[in-house]
Design a protein around this ligand. Structure first.
Ligand SMILES: *Cc1c(COP(=O)(O)O)cnc(C)c1O
Length: 410
C-alpha cells in the first residue's frame, strides 16, 4: 500500500463530535492549527529506494496525486471516523463514488437490485450506463421489502438504496435490506446523503458500503463538488482503490480541504437544520393551501417510527409538501406561483446548504419522466421540495406565505 491508510487515527473512545474536529493526518513541521491544504500533484521521494518501496506497496508515502494526497487522506479519515467505517475513499463527486463502486464490484452478468426512488443520475447509471456493459438490474419500490426479496436472483451482487429519499423522504429499513443482501451473498450500499453520519450510520445497521455526495451536507455551504465511499479496509484497499487509481475518479485537494472543514460543523448543522425542518413541516401542515407534508419527523409519515430509530430521533433537513389543486395544470401553476413569490429563499435544485433551497421536482429533477412515470413515482405537479437552512424561522415562513396566501388570486 503506497498511500497511508484511512483507518481513524485518534483514540477510538472519543465521541463522533470530537472526531469530527480532531481526525486528520498529522500536523506538518510548521505546526499549523487548521489542517494544511497540500495543493501538489506530485511528491518528492526521500530516496530512490524509498520510491521503489512505495511503488511496490511496501512502504506508506505519497507519490502522485491520483494515488493519494494528505489533505484528501484527512477528509477520508475524518469521514470514516464519523461513519464508523474502517476506511473511506474520496471521489470527485457523488456520482463518481457510485461509478467507482459499480466498476469495482460489478462485471457483465451480474445483477443489481435498486430503489426506484433513488437520485436520478443513480437510476440512469445502473439502468442505462452499466446495462451497456452487461450488468442487469431490477428497480423496486423503495419501501416494499417483499418486492426487494422477489427481485433477488442467483447472480445478484449488489443492493442499492437511499434513505431518506429526495423529494418524498421515503425511508427504507437498512437492517432488513442488509439481511436480504447477505443471505444472497450480495453487498448492500446505502446513499447516506440526506441523513449524513451526523444522524444515521448505515454500517451500524449492517450495510457494507456508504455512499456520499460530499457536495451536499458534508460541505454544507454549497461551495464544492465532492463524493466518498465508506466501507471495510478490505473493500476499500483491495477492491476500490486499485480501480480509482486506474480510472482517476479522485477528489481535488482543494475540494477535500473545503469538505474536511465542513465536517467540523456537520453535527451542529444537521441537528439545527433538522429542528428547523420539523418546525416548518408542522407549520405547513396547518396551512389551508397545503394538502400533505412529507417529512420523516412527523408522526403522520408512513415510516416515522423506523426513521426515528435509524436517524437518531431526527427527521433530517429535507421536506416536501403538496398543494391542494383540482387538476395537474392548476397544481403546477400554484406551485410556480409559490416559488416565484419567494424573495428570500432560493429557487435551486441543489440541497445541503445552510441557505434554504426550494425546488419544483416535477419540472426539474423529475422533468424528463413521462406524466405516468411521475405519477407512479408520486411526484405531482403541486409538489414543492424544501431543503431547510438556517435562516430565522419566521422569515422562512413569511417568504413562503407570500405565495401560499395569494393562491386564490391566480
Ligand atoms: C446530489 C446527490 C447525488 C449525486 O452527487 P453529486 O455530488 O451531485 O455527483 C447522489 N445522491 C443524492 C441523494 C444526491 O442528492
Amino acid at each position: 500500500m503506497s498511500r497511508p491508510t484511512t483507518d481513524p487515527s485518534p483514540p477510538a473512545a472519543l465521541h463522533r463530535d470530537t472526531l469530527a474536529l480532531r481526525t486528520a493526518v498529522e500536523r506538518s513541521q510548521h505546526g499549523e492549527h487548521s489542517e494544511a491544504l497540500y495543493l501538489s500533484s506530485g511528491f518528492v521521494q526521500p530516496s530512490a529506494a524509498a520510491a521503489a518501496r512505495r511503488f511496490a506497496g511496501e512502504e506508506e508515502g505519497y507519490t502522485y496525486g491520483r494515488s493519494g494526497n494528505p489533505t484528501v487522506t484527512s477528509f477520508e479519515q475524518r469521514l470514516a471516523a464519523l461513519e464508523g467505517s474502517q476506511a473511506a475513499l474520496a471521489t470527485a463527486s457523488g456520482m463518481a463514488a457510485f461509478t467507482l463502486v459499480c466498476f469495482a464490484l460489478l462485471k457483465a452478468g451480474d445483477h443489481v437490485v435498486y430503489s426506484q426512488s433513488m437520485f436520478g443520475s443513480t437510476l440512469k447509471l445502473i439502468g442505462a450506463e452499466f446495462a451497456r456493459f452487461g450488468v442487469a438490474s431490477t428497480c423496486v419500490p423503495q419501501t416494499d421489502l417483499a418486492a426487494w426479496r422477489q427481485a433477488m436472483r442467483p447472480e445478484t451482487r449488489l443492493l442499492l438504496a437511499e434513505t431518506p429519499t429526495n423529494p418524498l423522504t421515503e425511508v427504507c429499513d437498512i437492517a432488513a435490506l442488509a439481511e436480504l443482501a447477505h443471505k444472497a451473498g450480495a453487498w448492500l450500499a446505502v446513499d447516506n446523503c440526506l441523513a449524513t453520519p451526523a444522524l444515521q450510520r448505515p454500517l451500524e445497521f449492517g450495510a457494507d458500503l456508504v455512499l456520499h455526495s460530499g457536495t451536499k451536507y458534508l460541505d454544507g455551504q454549497g461551495r464544492v463538488m465532492a463524493g466518498a465511499v465508506c466501507a471495510s479496509a478490505e473493500l476499500i484497499h483491495q477492491r476500490l482503490l486499485p480501480v480509482q487509481k486506474n480510472t482517476g475518479m479522485v477528489l481535488s485537494p482543494f475540494n477535500a480541504w473545503v469538505v474536511l472543514k465542513g465536517l467540523e460543523t456537520l453535527s451542529l448543522r444537521l441537528r439545527a437544520q433538522s429542528a428547523q425542518a420539523l418546525a416548518l413541516a408542522q407549520w405547513l401542515q396547518t396551512h389551508p393551501a397545503v394538502a400533505r407534508v412529507h417529512y420523516p419527523g412527523l408522526p403522520t409519515h408512513p415510516q416515522h417510527a423506523l426513521a426515528m430509530r435509524q436517524m437518531d430521533g431526527c427527521g433530517g433537513a429535507v421536506l416536501s409538501f403538496e398543494l391542494h389543486a383540482s387538476s395537474a395544470e392548476q397544481a403546477r401553476a400554484r406551485a410556480f406561483h409559490v416559488l416565484d413569490a419567494l424573495q428570500v429563499l432560493s429557487l435551486c435544485t441543489n440541497l445541503g446548504d445552510t441557505k434554504t433551497l426550494c425546488a419544483h421536482p416535477a419540472s426539474t429533477s423529475h422533468g424528463k419522466l413521462s406524466e405516468a412515470q411521475r405519477q407512479a413515482a408520486g411526484i405531482g405537479q403541486g409538489l414543492i421540495r424544501v431543503a431547510v437552512g438556517l435562516e430565522h424561522m419566521p422569515d422562512i415562513e413569511a417568504d413562503l406565505l407570500r405565495g401560499l396566501d395569494t393562491l386564490d388570486a391566480l
